[in-house]
Design a protein around this ligand. Structure first.
Ligand SMILES: [Zn+2]
Length: 327
């Protein structure tokens, strides 16, 4: 269908006749080549080349806004807008995405999990991917955490990584999840990930300040990237409040924008909203797929469209052209 839109010229027509009104908030994580890295490939949203092409297309056909324009756009209540966002704070955001954003004049919004910058480590999703890819085992034996053995689908073991990561996510937060990682390290024979070069996976605060000075916006994404809804209220407040404090200390501005880690409907609750309100956050973004129509706004649950590396040009053009159908 996406291809048909491209071939028939229908896409161009639809873009001209104003087929939809609202804001498409695009959610990216990492930009670059996935195949050379042992980490979680689901985090790579596009190659540098595809990202470049996507930004060129957006600038040509849409009104690409920054977060500071959102208030004005909402009160206007008509038009077609696109906002580009990034989650987590991976260094390729600075090294690969930022030069392209600057070249195209796209003011993106970067949500930072401050703990990754302050105490760099491999997050559990990257550590699990690393363990399974590097393991010389052919499968993960059954355990108290996973009753069936997990066969490794060669050569990339992607399905195995998805299965084990989902099992780990279900255990969060707490000791049981940590015990599961220890079990994996032993059963897979890799040990835990402890390469000190992991700091190079994350931006430094100097890089974040450079993004800001270059016209990008910076928002919060907690300290430790937890599933907020599973934490008691005071811990939620700590994750959100400390994140805000670190951003204020490093950037000299309060945290006004936020994105929920994992971001699905089970990632946050009323307590989370109350914490954000107390912190003075103006807009909070979820990871619920879909574009935002005017008149259907919830300032603490703004929908985003996840961009993943499988999305080719035709698909990307289709989702921006007919978000009602493709987002
Ligand atoms: Zn995240």
């Amino acid at each position: 269908m996406a291809r048909a839109l491209g071939i028939s010229g229908l896409g161009m027509l639809l873009r001209k006749v104003n087929a939809w009104q609202g804001v498409i908030n695009l959610a990216y994580h990492r930009i670059g080549e996935t195949l050379r890295r042992p980490f979680d490939r689901a985090l790579w949203s596009a190659t540098a080349r595809n990202f470049d092409e996507q930004m060129r297309f957006l600038k040509k056909h849409f009104d690409v806004i920054g977060i500071n324009d959102l208030g004005r756009v909402l009160s206007r209540g008509r038009g077609r807008y696109v906002l580009v966002t990034f989650d987590d704070g991976y260094r390729d955001n600075y090294e690969v995405a930022y030069p392209l954003l600057k070249a195209h004049g796209v003011p993106a919004l970067f949500f930072i999990a401050t703990g990754f910058l302050d105490r760099p480590k491999a997050p559990w999703w990257d550590e699990i991917a690393w363990m399974i890819r590097l393991s010389t085992a052919e499968y993960l034996p059954s355990s108290p955490w996973l009753s069936e053995p997990v066969q490794f689908d060669e050569p990339w073991r992607e399905n195995a990584i998805r299965t084990v990561a989902a099992a780990h996510k279900a255990l969060l937060p707490g000791k049981n999840a940590e015990d599961f990682l220890e079990f994996l390290a032993l059963a897979l024979g890799t040990g835990r990930y402890n390469d000190p070069n992991i700091a190079e996976s994350w931006m430094t605060w100097d890089m974040v300040r450079e993004l800001k000075a270059g016209g990008m916006a910076i928002g919060g994404h907690t300290v430790n990237h937890p599933i907020l809804r599973r934490l008691p209220a005071e811990q939620q407040m700590e994750e959100i409040g400390e994140c805000g404090k670190r951003l204020a200390a490093e950037l000299g501005q309060p945290m006004r924008w936020f994105s929920y880690p994992f971001g699905g409907h089970d990632a946050f609750d009323e307590q989370t909203r109350a914490c954000l309100r107390k912190q003075g956050v103006q807009f909070a973004f979820s990871y619920k797929s879909g574009f935002q129509r005017f008149g259907d706004w919830d300032q603490f649950n703004i929908r985003r469209v996840p961009i993943e590396w499988e999305i080719n040009h035709e698909w990307f053009h289709a989702l921006a052209t007919l978000p009602q159908l493709f987002c």
